[in-house]
Write a protein that binds this ligand. Structure first.
Ligand code: NAP
Ligand code: FE
Length: 368
């Protein structure tokens, strides 16, 4: 076995960590641009606590709240202009994965004036302004990964930027999760679940990434049957947040594989939320995976006897799907995914276009 492991994020986890330890932000700079969406930072309570804490530590701040779901290049370029005009020296991503990823991209552009956003797709080491992440969802794990995933409007898909953008600091507080609408809560939990499964079943998995992934699965397992209910107790919120962090920690080492690759097209072209799109393709992927022993072991951690149980759980959490896409289109999506060398390389076995088409068929089929 041969692997490298690195995760430089300083993670502060627990209720009240932001208010109690906001002084850590002041060590990074004195002018913070808060990058967020329309509602998440406000509804979650992050914005109040954050701005008050920044005031208490003499950090000037401005808000850029133009980030939409699945952000693209335009919004990131606008955010970078905003950061430049404000002379920001810290970028804070507050909200779901969309604003956290946008914040990471803005941090690179603002740290490299003159760099065009498209250049972020060329593999190169880049410096960036320090990034702070404060999640209001539990699933993306972006607060502990070096990835920023943007929508490529021209190609109508999504891609991770080709440079590592680790947050310097992340604050995870379960209280910020309470305001998630049930649909967002389920979609984001499915995303986290798939990070854990894909990492463990990646060709790049190691005993260390497996340790994160298996612990994350253990924590999320008892939540899957109850997540649709309106009330979780504090211990359940904590398990959800911790499993999401562990999913991020594990994919930070291994990357994701076929379900994420397949899901991107369904999200950008058909508006299916990232977590739902990804998870709905997963049962077929589990069936075609070459290491059925490991698939069985992971399912057992989830308390499931077979892939069919996984399918039922995903369908229940994802809710009804009515895409009705023609089979020619699904064939073309499968052919497109066959060109995604990175996702294919992360799958430890041969894959055919027929396999990928079956993943798409499953994800887009109507409920019985
Ligand atoms: P999201 O796109 O950030 O947010 C989804 C919706 O939920 C938005 O309408 C948002 O509102 C709302 N919302 C979020 N938190 C809320 C809260 N606490 N209360 C009320 N509303 C809330 O969803 P996400 O699933 O967290 O992120 C998905 C993105 O993350 C995708 O772009 C995906 O590609 C990316 N991702 C990144 C990584 C990584 O490692 N970097 C990993 C997985 C996924 P507003 O937008 O109005 O604020
Ligand atoms: Fe994801």
């Amino acid at each position: 076995m041969r692997f490298t492991h690195s995760n430089p994020v300083e993670l502060l986890f627990g209720q009240g960590v932001l208010t109690d330890q906001a002084g850590r932000i002041r060590t990074l700079g004195s002018r913070a641009l808060i990058v967020t969406g329309r509602t998440s930072a406000r509804a979650s309570g992050i914005l109040n606590e954050l701005t008050e804490s920044l005031n208490n530590h003499a950090v000037q701040w401005e808000i850029f709240d133009g980030v939409e779901e699945n952000p693209g290049f335009d919004v990131v370029a606008r955010g970078a202009l905003y950061a430049g005009r404000f002379n920001a020296d810290i970028i804070i991503g507050a909200g779901g994965g969309s604003p956290m990823d946008a914040a990471k991209a803005i941090a690179v552009l603002a740290g490299n004036p003159g760099l065009a956003v498209e250049e972020l797709l060329f593999p190169q080491k880049r410096t960036h302004l320090p990034v702070v992440c404060i999640p209001s969802t539990a699933g993306t794990g972006s607060e502990v990964t070096p990835y920023a995933i943007l929508t490529l409007e021209g190609l109508q898909t999504k891609s991770s930027l080709k440079c590592s953008i680790w947050p310097a600091l992340s604050y995870v507080d379960t209280r910020y999760l309470h305001s998630m609408p049930p649909g967002v809560r389920c979609a984001t939990c499915l995303d986290g679940l798939l990070h854990l499964m894909e990492s463990a079943l990646s060709s790049r998995a190691s005993f260390l990434s497996d340790a994160y992934a298996e612990k994350g699965l253990e924590l999320v397992a008892p939540l899957l049957p109850v997540l649709r209910q309106n009330r979780l107790d504090e211990q359940q919120w904590e398990s959800l947040a911790a499993s999401s962090v562990l999913g991020g920690m594990s994919i930070a080492q291994t990357g994701t594989t076929l379900p994420h690759g397949a899901g991107y097209l369904l999200t950008v072209r058909h508006g299916l939320e990232h977590g739902r799109a990804t998870a709905l393709t997963a049962p077929v992927w589990l069936q075609i995976h070459p290491d059925q022993q490991k698939v069985g072991r992971l399912l057992a951690i989830l308390g499931m006897a077979a892939v069919e149980d996984f399918r039922e759980t995903v369908r229940e959490l994802a809710g009804p799907v009515r895409l009705e896409l023609p089979s020619e289109l699904l064939k073309s999506y499968a052919a497109e995914l066959m060109n995604n060398g990175q996702k294919l390389a992360n799958h430890p076995g041969p894959v055919t276009a027929g396999d990928l088409e079956a993943m798409y068929r499953e994800a887009t089929r109507e409920d019985p």
